[in-house]
Ligand binder design. Structure first.
Ligand code: GUN
Length: 294
């Protein structure tokens, strides 16, 4: 069993981006980071995005509206960022408070600044295999992890657990692409799938993105499988100072001995998401600096 080191691979991408940004003409790329309210996980994710931006030479603008912001007020905030020629990318941290319509908010972001890849236009471009679009950072990060770890998808059976807009659906679309790094046969499973283990046991590559701690057990995988664990679950743990520990969607102690490769949690997919957000922001800067629609 080999561990896929997301920290190392993300650091490589960040170093590549830093070198690239240094060669860009004109102003630095700029990302607006919008965090609504004070959710502790969101605070830590956005802080990480800000820190990594600074490391690369990407400017970040932080906007922290209160949890009481209305949908119209948030739309107005986004409209301002859309119109601001000094902003290349806009990220609204998910999850949003319940009174806000997340999909409507994602759609409000101008498609050419949608570095999260959640806008209708960018999801459409992903389905159409149009490389000018932005691909959601977590699934794009998963593909980079696999590629840079030497895992070939072509002709392999990729089973995706989860059908979310943020991970499951775009991951499935990416693995399907007519590209040398993709070309997989893809099955998507979810909460309503009957006889789930019958599918997961067929996986050459299993992508677990369901948000259920340690859901995938040894009986659900075949020997030699490559496992990508997207889960970031906080489970209570009295032995930790924080009062919790992080665990993935995979029961690592029993599953990992069966794997040819597996990502740990933390230190697997997590760092890649930030790296790919930065990559999308540099792409936005390049594309937005060009005349005409993209
Ligand atoms: N919350 C969890 N993952 C993501 C992500 O990739 N983008 C945003 N905006 N919010 C998230």
């Amino acid at each position: 069993m080999e561990l896929i080191d997301g920290n190392k691979i993300a650091a490589d991408i960040i170093a590549e981006l830093k070198a690239e940004v240094a060669t860009l003409p004109g102003r630095r790329p700029c990302i607006a980071l919008v965090r609504v309210g004070e959710d502790p996980a969101s605070i830590s994710y956005v802080a990480k995005k800000q820190k990594t931006s600074a490391e690369i030479g990407i400017e970040s603008r932080l906007i922290f509206p209160p949890v009481t912001i209305t949908q119209d007020e948030l739309f107005a905030l986004i409209d301002g960022l859309n119109a601001d020629a000094g902003v290349d990318g806009i990220l609204v941290q998910s999850p949003l408070p319940k009174h806000l319509n997340e999909v409507a908010v994602f759609r409000r972001i101008a498609a050419h600044k949608d570095v999260d890849g959640f806008h209708t236009m960018n999801l459409g471009k992903l389905a159409q295999e149009d490389a000018t679009g932005f691909v959601a950072c977590t699934p794009a990060g998963i593909m980079e992890l696999l590629q840079r770890s030497g895992v070939k998808l072509s002709g392999q059976h990729v089973v995706v657990l989860g059908r979310s807009l943020i991970v499951g659906k775009p991951a499935a679309l990416l693995a399907l692409q007519r590209q040398p790094w993709a070309n997989a046969t893809v099955t998507v499973c979810h909460s309503q799938t009957a006889n789930l283990p019958a599918f997961t046991r067929q996986a050459d590559i299993l992508i677990a993105a369901i948000g259920k701690p340690e859901f995938v057990t040894a009986a659900m995988v075949k020997p030699g499988v490559v496992v990508i664990d997207v889960g970031v679950n906080r489970v209570p743990d009295a032995t930790k100072k924080s009062g919790y520990r992080l665990t993935g969607d995979v029961h690592f102690p029993s599953v990992s001995p069966l794997c040819s490769k597996i990502t740990p949690v933390p230190g697997g997919v997590g760092p890649m998401t930030v790296a790919l957000l930065m990559k999308n922001t540099v792409k936005a800067r390049r594309q937005n600096a060009l005349p005409g629609p993209v």
